[in-house]
Design a protein around this ligand. Structure first.
Ligand SMILES: [Zn+2]
Length: 76
């Protein structure tokens, strides 16, 4: 029995903004947790990345914390 796998499947998922590699044969992608003011570069093949959307399991807390941080934080 694969109880752990079942648990993972039951996690709620949401469309998450990500950056994915422009190259079709490259699997590189990153979460769009940070407000990029430039196009990020793929860490695998150094190609430019394109903004995309991916279904990902909701992160229990780090995502929410990140959002509130982004709202309230000031650059000193
Ligand atoms: Zn790549």
């Amino acid at each position: 029995m694969y109880f752990r796998r079942k648990l993972l499947e039951d996690l709620p998922q949401e469309n998450t903004k990500i950056w994915s590699c422009k190259k079709d044969d490259c699997t590189g992608w990153i979460r769009d947790n940070f407000a990029f003011e430039y196009v990020p570069t793929c860490h695998q093949c150094l190609s430019p990345m394109i903004s995309s959307v991916k279904m990902l399991p909701l992160l229990a807390n780090s995502n929410i914390n990140m959002k509130s941080l982004n709202k309230g934080r000031q650059i000193s």
